[in-house]
Design a binder for this molecule. Structure first.
Ligand SMILES: [Zn+2]
Length: 308
């Protein structure tokens, strides 16, 4: 079981169905179908009695009179599920006639209180709707594109180019020299919150995961890395990353930090890291369990990394 938030999507993505336009149009009007509205990429949730995704029906969506088509997410027990961008409505809570228990919430905050299955559906919904918002025009010829296959493609009617939703792979790694692990504080959010985390960076084109791990650690910390072990992965829909979590063994220990990108990089002992994970370390703070970095750090600290 993958333990990560955003990694529990139960939907059958229905690839054969999404190629059938007649079926899609019928499902968009079917009273059994479920629609998840997002407004400015904030997701509708129902906060009582417990936090759940705010699914609404076809009749409610029809009433909004939107000029964007819904995005087909997939099926659960033959019920079609869609995400829909309602940003063009000024006050969708009013127009959908929702009571005070319903609200639009930022996706990262919402995910921490949703079930694993619903957080997974949220990851797919946010990443897909954001991609459609940012790909209204053809990157080949500049003309307007239109949505196809229930949102799994955008087509340019002028030059016939087809554009597919993108996912951006990020290598994220905990490096160890045996009894210590290498954590860093990048400029920006980590520095503002005072946390140390695993080093990470976008993969380059024409690069293997192992090569990306070695390059990033060399660039950010000046440390040479040998063995690399894959651990697990996490979809991270801000906007469309896939975090590829690894552990790696250091060949050198002298840190030469890239101070353009990093505020600090240090070796921490296992005792310090275990204390930070418990939340009782006086200085060291590590990421919360929503982030794969937490689980990579924990796996190393608890001796759960298999090097063979
Ligand atoms: Zn074009």
């Amino acid at each position: 079981m993958n333990p990560h938030v955003f990694a529990g999507n139960p939907l059958d993505r229905g690839d054969t169905y999404r190629r059938d336009q007649t079926w899609l149009e019928a499902q968009a009007l079917n009273s059994r179908s479920r629609f998840l509205p997002l407004w400015q990429l904030n997701v509708l949730i129902q906060a009582e009695p417990e936090t759940r995704l705010g699914w609404v029906g076809a009749a409610e969506i029809t009433r909004l009179d939107l000029d964007v088509p819904p995005v087909f997410l997939g099926l659960i027990e033959d019920v079609a599920h869609f995400a829909i961008d309602v940003s063009q409505v000024g006050d969708p809570r009013h127009d959908l006639n929702l009571d005070a228990a319903w609200r639009f919430e930022e996706a990262r905050a919402a995910a921490t209180s949703l079930s694993s299955a619903e957080a997974g559906i949220l990851a797919q919904s946010r990443a897909q709707l954001d991609w459609h918002r940012r790909h209204q025009f053809c990157s080949v010829c500049g003309q307007r594109t239109v949505q196809g296959r229930g949102g799994h493609i955008r087509k340019c009617m002028a030059c016939k180019a087809e554009h597919f939703p993108r996912t951006d792979p990020v290598a994220i790694m905990v490096v160890t020299d045996g009894e210590r692990c290498l954590l860093g504080q990048s400029r920006g959010r980590l520095a503002r919150t005072g946390r140390y985390s695993a080093l990470a960076g976008f993969m380059d084109q024409g690069e293997s995961i192992e090569e990306a791990v070695r390059r990033e650690v060399k660039e950010e910390a000046g440390i040479e890395v040998g063995q690399v072990r894959y651990h697990s992965s996490q979809p991270w829909p801000f906007p469309s990353s896939l975090m590829i979590g690894c552990h790696a063994r250091a060949l050198t220990t002298d840190i030469h930090m890239d101070d353009g990108e990093m505020m600090d990089v240090r070796w921490f002992t296992r005792a310090d890291v275990l204390s930070a994970l418990r939340g009782d370390h006086p200085h060291l703070h590590v990421p919360e369990p929503i982030a794969i970095a937490h689980h990579l750090i924990k796996a190393w600290a608890e001796g759960d990394v298999r090097w063979e």
